[in-house]
Design a protein around this ligand. Structure first.
Ligand SMILES: [Zn+2]
Length: 200
């Protein structure tokens, strides 16, 4: 079965080690969850595949959509598009080892967070300050945001200084963390509080 292996960083042929078919009225074609082993690096992979028709008489299992380890483009759907698109690109830049570009896209992600909060935001510096002043982020996240802003500038301008792989990874993790904090966790907490208020 063909699947993308994150360790080999390419599409590989993987051996099926086990499967469970998914019987669900909402799934119109035969579908199964599969546990695979990459034939090159022997890593375990898990995903979903469906039966597709390849000619008049024959069917075969399609390329597997990997669920674990998570795909690089797997981003929580609670994150609005204005931040989401840049975050996906930041992940793709990192994967392509374009670390300066990754830093720039991380900066763009946080700009998206600021713009979502206040559409009139004119710069990342002012946007971050507003997020802090309005209590959307705390001091620690604000400090992280400022560090990210510095690296974004480093990545965006024509200098000979480069963003290292380690720094790019930290900036990426931070961008994901701030998006999840602002959009996913805050939202969960609001729903939790609404339930508590209803009870009392
Ligand atoms: Zn592999």
């Amino acid at each position: 079965m063909i699947v993308e292996c994150p360790y080999c960083e390419s599409k590989v042929d993987a051996e099926e080690k086990g499967s469970v078919s998914i019987d669900d009225e909402h799934v119109p074609v035969p579908t199964k969850a599969v546990l695979l082993e990459c034939k090159i690096c022997h890593s375990p992979l898990y995903g979903i595949t469906e039966l597709i028709q390849i000619d008049e008489h024959s069917w075969e299992w399609d390329h597997v959509s990997r669920l674990w380890p998570a795909q690089d483009t797997d981003i929580d759907w609670g994150i609005p598009e204005i931040a989401r698109i840049s975050l996906i690109e930041a992940k793709l830049c990192f994967k392509a080892k374009a670390f300066s570009a990754c830093a720039v896209m991380c900066g763009r992600t946080i700009e998206g967070v600021c713009k979502h909060h206040d559409a009139k935001t004119r710069s990342l510096a002012l946007g971050l300050k507003k997020l802090k002043d309005d209590g959307i982020i705390d001091t620690r996240l604000y400090t992280w945001g400022e560090a990210l802003r510095g690296h974004r500038n480093l990545g965006a301008h024509a200098t000979i200084e480069r963003v290292s792989k380690e720094d790019a990874k930290d900036l990426l993790d931070f961008s994901i963390a701030i998006c999840e904090y602002v959009f996913v966790l805050n939202e969960k907490f609001n729903r939790f509080q609404a339930r508590q208020n209803k009870k009392s």
